[in-house]
Write a protein that binds this ligand. Structure first.
Ligand code: ZN
Ligand code: CU1
Length: 205
């Protein structure tokens, strides 16, 4: 082997090493942070509901130091979790469904987009897994068109706050019961099973 060939090979090996080390030092950014499909048994990281049992846009995110994605039943629960002061600094990539490319009942996991670039509609008449929710869109035009049809306010990612989430109504569901799996019927039958509540009601008459 000639002297020059040997030098070239050493140089190549050196470069390869630099590239490999470079990759290793940044394992969690962009390259590995893809949206993942929501499987049949996946539960919401915040409330524990089975995500696929419910309509409306869902969310997913990665946090610093964890390779596993966290999934949420709704954009509402996604923001409720990521806006907590202890979580916010660790949040990396966030995904939501582009509802212009998805049916409301069963959002398409091929239509996940980066939430930080998305447009949101808050306060529309459309309900998600936890009641009132934020509809998410890749384009401002689609968000505006949705707000025209179903009401609500068009917002960027940065404008979504805990105050805004708190102001969203939860039709048919009591606040403070967050975290319980509730259907409208189930809530009523639970009430019927509580004699104390029935008695006090009767005594008021
Ligand atoms: Zn949830
Ligand atoms: Cu929930």
């Amino acid at each position: 082997m000639s002297m020059i060939n040997r030098k070239v090979m050493t140089l190549c090996a050196g470069l390869l090493l630099v590239v490999l080390v470079g990759c290793n030092q940044e394992p969690e950014h962009s390259a590995m942070q893809h949206a993942m499909p929501i499987e049949a048994g996946d539960t919401c990281h915040l409330c524990g509901m089975i995500i696929r049992n419910h309509p409306g846009p869902k969310g997913e995110l990665y946090v610093n130091g964890s390779p596993s994605i966290k999934r949420f039943c709704s954009t509402r629960d996604l923001f409720s979790w990521l806006l907590q002061p202890e979580n916010q600094p660790n949040v990396q990539t966030v995904f939501v469904h582009d509802m212009a490319k998805s049916s409301w009942e069963t959002p398409d996991d091929n239509a996940f987009i980066e939430a930080k670039d998305a447009w949101f509609v808050a306060g529309s008449s459309k309900s998600g897994a936890m009641g009132a929710t934020l509809s998410s869109f890749a384009s401002e035009g689609d968000a505006t068109a949705f707000a025209r049809d179903f009401g609500g306010e068009v917002l960027r990612f940065e404008s979504v706050t805990l105050e805004l989430l708190g102001s969203l109504a939860m039709p048919g569901e009591g606040r403070g019961m967050h975290g319980m799996v509730m259907k409208h019927g189930a809530e009523h039958s639970t009430m019927k099973d509580m004699p104390a509540a029935d008695t006090s009601h009767t005594m008021n008459h």
